[in-house]
Design a binder for this molecule. Structure first.
Ligand SMILES: Cc1ncc(COP(=O)(O)O)c(C=O)c1O
Length: 385
C-alpha cells in the first residue's frame, strides 16, 4: 500500500540533524521547558510573522488557551464551523460557553461569512447568549476568508481565533492568519504539515498581555511578572496560582525536533504546491470537484480533497489498487451525539451535510514522487462508478 503520509521520507532527509538535536537534549537533561522550547517559539513566531508564539501540549489546548485567557465561559456564544475536527467545538464546550455551528462555503470548505452574520443575528435576536468569539478553521490547509471574518468580529466586538492546526504556514495576500486573528493556533501532531514526533501545539499572537496570561494558564495559572507587580513574596512566584489553568507544555525533545523540521518547512510547502497542482491537472474533469483555493490564498495542503458522488465506491476501488484514502469528515459536528444539543445557523447547515458524504482525501505529502502520483491519478481516472 502507498503511504497516505510518508513521514519516513522526511525523516531520512533530516535524520542526522534530528539525531544530533535529540542527543543535545539528552546531554543537558532539561526535558521540560528546556532551552529548545524558547528557541523554537522564537523561530515559530518569526516564521508565522507574529510578535509572540507560545507552545503547549497539543493543538486542542492551543485553542483553549486564548478562550480561557479571555475568560470566555457560560453565557457566551462562540461561533465555529460544523465541518471540522472535534477539537474546535470541544474546547468551546470545555469553557462552559455555547458552540454555535455555522455553515461553510461550498468551494473552499471554510467558514461562510454570510452565514456567520445570520447566526450572530439569530443569537442576538434570541438574547440568551452574548456573541463573544469566532473560531475559523483553515480546513485542509487553506486560509479562511480572514479579511471578512475579522471585519465581522470587529463590528460585533468579538474575538477571532484562527484554528490553523491544519493550516500553519498558509497565507492570504501574503499574510498569515494572525495578521487578522487575535490568536492563531496550530498542532504539531505528526501528520500535520509541521508535525513533530508526538503531540504538541502553539498559539501565535501579537498581543503581549494575552501571551503572558496564556503562559500562566499553561502552567497551572502560575503567577506572572504582571501579577507580581512589585509585591514582596514569601516563596517562588511559581507556587502562587493566580488563575485556574492546566498543564500543557511542549516537551523539550519535541521542540528540538521541530526546530529541525521548521528549517525545511518553507521548502516543503513549495513541494506540496507542486504535488497539489499535479493532482489538479490530472484529475480536473474526472471527479466531482478538485480543491478550490480562496483568491490570493496559499494552502499548505494538509490534505488534498476531491469530491465524488460515489465516494465510498471510489475509495474501495482505490484500495484494491494499493491507494489509501481518508474521509475528513464523514459526520459534521452538529450531527455528533454530544454536540447535537448546540444551536446552528438559522438556515441549517446544508453545505456541511452535503460535503460530508462526498469528500475523499488522497495521499498527500511533500515527498510524493511523480511515479506514485501518476499511479494514484490513473487509479482515480479509471473508476467508472
Ligand atoms: C482543525 C483542527 N483543530 C484542532 C486539532 C487538534 O490538534 P491536536 O490533535 O494536536 O490536539 C486538529 C487536529 O487534528 C485539527 O485538525
Amino acid at each position: 500500500m502507498i503511504p497516505f503520509i510518508d513521514l519516513a521520507a522526511q525523516q531520512a532527509r533530516l535524520k542526522p540533524r534530528i539525531d544530533a538535536a535529540i542527543q543535545r537534549v539528552l546531554a543537558h537533561g532539561h526535558y521540560v521547558m528546556g532551552p529548545e522550547v524558547r528557541a523554537f517559539e522564537d523561530q515559530l513566531a518569526a516564521f508565522g510573522r507574529a510578535k509572540h508564539a507560545l507552545s503547549c501540549g497539543n493543538g486542542t489546548d492551543a485553542i483553549a488557551l486564548p478562550l480561557m485567557a479571555w475568560e470566555i465561559g457560560p453565557g457566551d456564544a462562540v461561533f465555529c464551523p460544523s465541518f471540522t475536527f472535534a477539537a474546535t467545538p470541544e474546547v468551546i464546550a470545555w469553557t462552559g460557553a455555547t458552540p454555535v455551528f455555522v455553515d461553510v462555503l461550498a468551494d473552499t470548505y471554510n467558514l461562510d461569512p454570510n452565514d456567520l452574520e445570520a447566526a450572530i443575528a439569530a443569537v442576538r435576536a434570541k438574547g440568551a447568549l452574548r456573541p463573544a468569539a469566532v473560531i475559523a478553521v483553515d480546513l485542509f490547509g487553506q486560509p479562511a476568508d480572514y479579511p471578512r471574518l475579522a471585519e465581522i468580529c470587529r463590528r460585533h466586538g468579538m474575538k477571532l481565533v484562527a484554528d490553523s492546526a491544519q493550516g500553519f504556514g498558509c497565507t492570504l495576500a501574503g499574510e498569515h492568519p494572525v495578521n487578522w486573528a487575535d490568536a492563531a493556533t496550530t498542532s504539531f501532531f505528526p501528520a500535520k504539515p509541521l508535525g513533530g514526533y508526538g503531540d504538541g501545539g502553539a498559539v501565535l499572537t501579537d498581543d503581549g498581555v494575552l501571551t503572558e496570561r496564556m503562559d500562566s494558564l499553561r502552567v497551572h495559572g502560575k503567577m506572572t511578572k504582571s501579577d507580581v507587580n512589585g509585591h514582596k513574596l514569601s516563596c517562588d512566584p511559581k507556587y502562587f496560582n493566580m488563575r485556574i489553568g492546566m498543564n500543557s507544555r511542549l516537551d523539550t525533545l519535541q521542540a528540538a525536533i521541530l526546530i529541525e523540521k521548521l528549517g525545511i518547512f518553507a521548502e516543503e510547502i513549495a513541494l506540496r504546491q507542486s504535488v497539489a497542482q499535479r493532482y489538479t491537472d490530472g484529475l480536473a474533469g474526472h471527479v466531482g470537484a478538485t480543491p478550490k483555493i480562496i483568491d490570493g490564498g496559499v494552502s499548505v495542503w494538509a490534505q488534498y480533497v476531491i469530491e465524488h458522488r460515489d465516494r465510498d465506491g471510489l475509495a474501495a476501488h482505490l484500495k484494491t489498487l494499493g491507494v489509501p484514502t481518508a474521509v475528513y469528515y464523514p459526520v459534521p459536528m452538529h450531527r455528533q451525539a454530544p454536540y447535537a444539543c448546540f444551536p446552528i445557523s438559522p438556515g441549517g447547515l446544508p453545505v456541511s451535510e452535503a460535503k460530508a458524504s462526498r469528500v475523499l482525501a488522497l495521499p498527500m505529502h511533500a515527498y510524493l514522487t511523480e511515479d506514485v502520483q501518476d499511479h494514484i491519478i490513473e487509479a482515480v481516472r479509471g473508476y467508472n462508478g
